[in-house]
Design a protein around this ligand. Structure first.
Ligand SMILES: Cc1cc2nc3c(=O)[nH]c(=O)nc-3n(C[C@H](O)[C@H](O)[C@H](O)COP(=O)(O)O)c2cc1C
Length: 407
């Protein structure tokens, strides 16, 4: 990304800032999707921060998201927020996207982000079968899942366990309605679009994944996209044609990092078509390392393949600007102190800054349209402006302790 000292020696006057800006210029081109023009290609990835009490987000969220827009991010995405359904969350620290209290905070975020120069989307989700009996905030609500199965955390090697019963058709219809309601609220509260979470092993993804979907009915393995299609169609019905709908998808699951829904491009192509017909405007393709080829015989990543197979815009994500992926065993810097370590599951402790050359080259080649950045933006609210200015010395490594505050 930045010009090397050798490059500088070759020019009579070393204009380093201008060279840097030229090298990463593709990241700062505007992009339009379904009528929404984003000022650049950098998006803040959805990241659950769990600064909420009884489902109401901390007031500090408003400034937290606006700070990333002021720091140059073109599209800010909220953390995953549960839709209005009693079994949508499995902990009270999730910030609900329903109810007067939570919406009074979430409702202030879009204008704050837009006032700082960015666009804003709400991520909507339902945890499905990740719920255990008695989980807050609604301990009596039965989990909604394809087949009543719960997959233990990665690495335990245990087969799926029973965690309830398969959801009934009327329970699934309630979930669909809940997504539609949340999307309508997002539009009413000034969001620029919604990001529907169908990745990482949450409810919509549980239906896509044969390990957890053993149903034989219309929502079963013969038609695994059906629930996601119904959700997208209902959201589209509620928000109208001119409101962007992003769908987040992934091969990996939090229950199994090595899971794969699509072993070859044909399977991926068949998966995409009904979702596009239902109303998806852009696929947010979640991977842990953006540079990993998705299928043999090509260096395209998941976002690259989705765009090639469907012609629909895509967003990439995964270790952009960082040298370690989300779950890679973090090697702490020797001088790092042992500050409070929030409970963040298998998340690695530490990831250092890395070159942007490769992601920019892939963007320039039109592999994908947007580039989402996660952890680097937690540690560096001004990341986008800093990389644009070549101020790489100002960019901090990601350390898990940074999650302890909503800076
Ligand atoms: C603390 C944390 C919370 C996350 N929460 C969410 C979430 O709420 N929704 C989601 O789709 N992904 C979530 N992710 C995944 C990120 O959106 C992103 O895909 C991942 O961190 C990889 O990007 P990165 O390598 O740039 O961090 C989370 C990641 C982190 C680090």
């Amino acid at each position: 990304m930045p010009a090397s000292p050798a490059d500088c020696r070759q020019t009579e006057v070393c204009d380093r800032p201008r060279q840097i800006e030229a090298a990463i210029a593709p990241l700062f081109e505007p992009f339009t999707v379904n009528g929404l023009t984003l000022p650049n290609r950098i998006a803040m990835a959805p990241m659950g921060r769990h600064f909420s009490r009884d489902g109401r987000p901390s007031d500090d969220y408003v400034a937290y998201y606006a700070r990333r827009a002021a720091g140059g991010v073109g599209l800010v995405t909220s953390e995953a927020t549960p839709v209005p359904h009693p079994a949508a969350a499995h902990a009270p620290t999730y910030s609900a996207y329903h109810g007067e209290g939570p919406l009074s905070v979430w409702g202030r975020v879009p204008a704050a982000v837009q006032g700082a120069g960015g666009k804003y989307m709400q991520q909507l989700f339902h945890v499905g079968g990740l719920r255990r009996a008695g989980d807050l905030p609604h301990p009596d609500a039965p989990a909604v899942s394809p087949s009543g199965l719960y997959q233990p955390a990665t690495g335990t090697g245990e087969p799926p366990q029973l965690n309830g019963r398969p959801a009934t058709e009327s329970e699934l219809a309630d979930v669909v309605t809940a997504f539609g309601q949340a999307a309508a609220d997002a539009q009413r509260l000034g969001c620029d679009g919604v990001n529907l979470h169908a990745a990482h092993g949450y409810l919509l993804d549980q239906f896509l994944w044969p390990t957890l979907n053993r149903r034989e009915d219309g929502h079963g393995r013969a038609h695994p996209t059906r629930l996601a299609e119904e959700v997208v169609r209902e959201v589209r019905r509620r928000v109208g044609p001119a409101f962007p709908i992003f769908l987040r998808i992934s091969q990996w699951k939090q229950q199994d990092y090595a899971a794969r829904l699509w072993e070859e491009p044909k399977a991926l192509e068949a998966f995409l078509r009904p979702l596009i017909d239902a109303g998806v405007d852009l696929f947010d393709c979640s991977t842990r390392r953006f540079w990993t080829p998705e299928f043999q015989g090509s260096d395209l990543n998941l976002a690259g393949w989705v765009k090639k197979l469907s012609g629909v815009p895509t967003m990439t994500v995964g270790s952009v600007g960082l040298d370690r992926d989300l779950f890679e065993a973090g090697v702490r810097r020797p001088e790092a102190d042992d500050g409070p370590s929030p409970n963040t599951g298998g998340l690695g402790d530490f990831a250092g800054p890395a070159s942007l050359d490769r992601v920019v080259a892939m963007l320039e080649r039109s592999d994908f349209d947007l580039v989402a950045v996660g952890r680097a933006l937690i540690s560096n609210p001004n990341w986008a402006n800093d990389i644009r200015a070549g101020a790489t010395d100002r960019i901090r490594a990601f350390e898990k302790v940074h999650l302890a505050s909503l800076e």
